[in-house]
Design a protein around this ligand. Structure first.
Ligand SMILES: C[S@@+](CC[C@H](N)C(=O)[O-])C[C@H]1O[C@@H](n2cnc3c(N)ncnc32)[C@H](O)[C@@H]1O
Length: 319
């Protein structure tokens, strides 16, 4: 008899759960990587689908998420041959953790932050509560405070423009530099006031979200890690194995879309006899399963407003 999915989603409500699982799992005996464990909602649903031999290797950079899941899955982790292994590391490590002989049946990346990050009073992820400007998922590396107080005006402008797609990037960068000439910029509310002092009052929330997002992406090298992981996992994916990515902003989605396209086996070239020939080589290739991205349905968007910006894309290795 199947277990009921435990409905303890206080930590984070998994987005497009049903869709994700039905796209991801083709082989219930397969090895799956959940690169973004979070509250463990997706992992829990994957576990329910696996039969003997099936496994999940899960990652989260955030020790809080890992602790939460070690507790949540204590029973599963205590089994003699546990189906689940959890690492407090970046999903970039998925390639080295999977043994060289291991073929992965599916990779899930549910990108960005969990609700716990936004709701936390201390992580510095949200402009809604006053806290130190940390924004790191991991306990190592530069914090947002470090970057805000040391980067040049040009670099700050670039971060805000490129990672936040914010049109007032120049003004905001200049005001940050003016502020820190007087005193160090340390808190989310100081950054919020700086942003609000230069943007028109018509839509302050959008600019605030974009600038906070920009520094979070920079602090955690989110786009670089995504690109790296997609590239390193592809050769480890079994034929028929799937990559499922849920992204929450256009920068992430663009990387996923471009990666899928680049590895799609549709490249024809004309040989010297002017026949069209399919370029064949040994490079692993993908078939795009979701021609257009999948969005949460209206009911989910209403029930979980944070799912509104989610886009799900799927590709399958076929050679
Ligand atoms: C949207 S949440 C995932 C939610 C999860 N699918 C669930 O069902 O609860 C994203 C998680 O990914 C983690 N994360 C972000 N970037 C990461 C990375 N490069 N490596 C590992 N974990 C990462 C965050 O700490 C966060 O817990």
């Amino acid at each position: 008899m199947k277990k009921e999915v435990k409905a303890d989603y206080n930590y984070h409500l998994p987005v497009m759960l049903k869709e994700t699982i039905s796209y991801l799992i083709k082989d219930p005996r397969g090895i799956y990587v959940d690169g973004t464990l979070g509250g463990g909602g997706h992992t829990e649903a994957i576990l329910q689908k696996l039969v003997s031999g099936g496994k999940i290797i899960a990652f989260d950079k955030d020790i809080d998420a890992v602790r939460h899941c070690r507790q949540k899955f204590a029973k599963e982790l205590a089994e003699i041959e546990p189906k689940l292994t959890i690492y407090n590391e970046s999903y970039m490590q998925a390639c080295s953790k999977a043994e060289t002989s291991t073929q992965i049946s599916g990779l899930l990346l549910d990108l960005g932050v969990s609700s716990k990050h936004f709701d936390s009073q201390s992580g510095g992820f949200s402009y809604r509560s006053d806290s130190q400007l940390n924004m790191r998922f991991y306990s190592e590396g530069k914090t947002a405070e470090d970057i805000l107080n040391s980067a040049s005006e040009e670099e700050l402008e670039r971060i805000i423009r490129v990672y936040g797609e914010e049109k007032f990037s120049r003004k905001i960068a200049r005001r940050i530099v003016e502020f820190r000439r007087v005193k160090a910029l340390q808190t989310t509310f100081q950054l919020k006031e700086i942003i609000q002092s230069v943007i028109p009052s018509s839509n302050p929330k959008d600019s605030l979200s974009r600038v906070f997002q920009a520094f979070r992406i920079a602090v955690n090298n989110e786009l670089g890690e995504l690109e790296y992981a997609l590239n390193c996992i592809l050769p480890k994916l079994a034929i028929g194995g799937r990559i499922v990515v849920i992204s929450y902003h256009s920068l992430e989605d663009r990387i996923v879309k471009a990666f899928f396209k680049e590895h799609t086996f549709n490249k024809f070239h004309k040989n010297k006899f002017k026949d069209e020939q399919l370029i064949t080589n040994n490079v692993p290739t993908l078939k795009i399963i979701t021609k257009s991205p999948i969005f949460p349905d209206i009911a989910e968007q209403e029930f979980n407003p944070r799912s509104r910006s989610a886009k799900l894309r799927v590709a399958e290795r076929f050679s």
